[in-house]
Write a protein that binds this ligand. Structure first.
Ligand code: URA
Length: 305
C-alpha cells in the first residue's frame, strides 16, 4: 500500500473518502463509540428477529404474484394507475451487488416487518448494521413528524445538515419544503417526512442500488405503519424506488399512482413532486411544482382532509 506523506495527498485521500468538512479540533474514534452501543443494539435486533420468526411461523404463506422480484408491475408508461405490491415478509430475495448481502436484506425485511409502531421501527433501524453507509455517517436520519399523518413525504438521502442533526430536511431544501407545505396549508406537525436511504452517503454521492434496497423494507414499513391518505415522493430516487417508476422525474411529477404492499388492506394514493433541492438548483421547475402542490391540496380536499 502506498504511504501518503504529502499533506495535499492526505487531504485528497480524505476528500475521496467523503470527508468534506472539519467539525471538531480533536479526533473522535466513532468506531469505538459505536462499539459500546453495539452490544445492546445487537441484543435488541436479535429479540425483534426472533419475534418476527415466531410471527411468520404462525402465519399462512401468501405467495407473491407473478411480477418482478419485488412484485411490481411493469408497463407503467401507459398512464394508468399502478398498484405496486410487495413480496411477503421473508420471501426469497434476489442477490444484490455492492456491499450488501442477501442475508442483510432478509434481516432488514424481518426487522421491519416485526415493528408494530413507528417508534419500534426507529429502534429496529438503530440496531441494524446491514447498511454500509452507517459506518461513514454521523447519525441515523430516520424520519420526523406526525406518526398519524395523512400525508407522508419521502425524499432521497440525508445531506450534511441532516447527518449532523439526525433529522430529515433541516437544511436549505428543508426550508423550501416548509414553504411548499405552507403553500397548501400544511406544516411539519401535520405530515411525516423521511428519506429513501437513512444514512448520508459519503461526500453526498448517489447511493448504490444495494444501499437503497436494504433501506427499502424500512421505508415501506414506515408507510404501512403510518397508513397515510397520500404519499408524496420527492425527486427521482424516491419515485423510482417506491412507485416502481423509471425515467426522468420531470415526466413523472404530477401523475397519480398508488402504493400498496402485501400487508396493506388498501392502496394509498401516491404522487411524485420535484425535490426541493432540485427546485433550488432549477427554479424553472417551480411553476410546475406549484401546480403539483395544488393538485395534492385538491386530492386532500376530495378525501375530506
Ligand atoms: N434531501 C433529502 O432528500 N432529504 C433530506 O433529508 C435532505 C435533503
Amino acid at each position: 500500500m502506498e504511504l501518503l506523506q504529502h499533506p495535499q495527498q492526505i487531504l485528497a485521500w480524505y476528500v475521496d473518502a467523503g470527508v468534506d468538512e472539519a467539525i471538531g479540533e480533536a479526533p473522535l474514534d466513532r468506531f469505538a463509540l459505536a462499539g459500546q452501543a453495539q452490544a445492546s443494539r445487537a441484543a435488541q435486533a436479535e429479540a425483534l428477529l426472533k419475534a418476527a420468526e415466531t410471527e411468520r411461523a404462525a402465519q399462512p404463506f401468501k405467495a407473491p404474484d407473478a411480477r418482478d422480484a419485488r412484485g411490481r408491475d411493469g408497463g407503467r408508461e401507459s398512464g394508468r394507475e399502478s398498484t405496486p405490491t410487495l413480496a411477503p415478509p421473508l420471501a426469497p430475495v434476489r442477490a444484490v451487488e455492492g456491499g450488501v448481502s442477501d442475508e442483510q436484506i432478509k434481516s432488514a425485511v424481518a426487522l421491519a416487518a416485526a415493528a408494530k409502531s413507528v417508534d419500534e421501527l426507529s429502534a429496529a433501524l438503530q440496531g441494524f448494521d446491514g447498511c454500509p453507509l452507517k459506518k461513514s455517517a454521523m447519525n441515523l436520519v430516520f424520519g420526523a413528524g406526525n406518526s398519524a399523518a395523512k400525508v407522508v413525504l419521502i425524499g432521497d438521502v440525508p445531506g450534511a445538515d441532516e447527518d449532523r442533526q439526525g433529522a430529515p430536511f433541516v437544511g436549505p431544501g428543508g426550508q423550501l419544503l416548509d414553504k411548499m407545505l405552507a403553500s397548501i396549508g400544511l406544516d411539519r406537525a401535520q405530515v411525516y417526512v423521511a428519506n429513501t436511504v437513512f444514512w448520508r452517503p459519503p461526500g453526498n454521492r448517489t447511493p448504490h442500488a444495494s444501499e437503497v434496497a436494504v433501506c427499502l423494507p424500512f421505508v415501506e414499513r414506515l408507510i404501512e405503519l403510518i397508513d397515510p391518505a397520500v404519499l408524496v415522493t420527492l425527486g427521482g430516487p424516491a419515485t423510482h424506488a417506491l412507485l416502481a417508476q423509471q425515467g426522468n422525474v420531470a415526466k413523472l411529477v404530477g401523475r397519480w399512482f398508488t402504493f400498496e404492499t402485501s400487508r396493506m388492506s388498501h392502496p394509498i394514493a401516491a404522487t411524485a413532486l420535484h425535490h426541493p433541492d432540485s427546485l433550488i438548483k432549477t427554479p424553472a421547475y417551480k411553476r410546475q411544482a406549484w401546480q403539483n402542490l395544488l393538485a395534492i391540496r385538491q386530492k386532500l380536499n376530495e378525501l375530506g382532509l
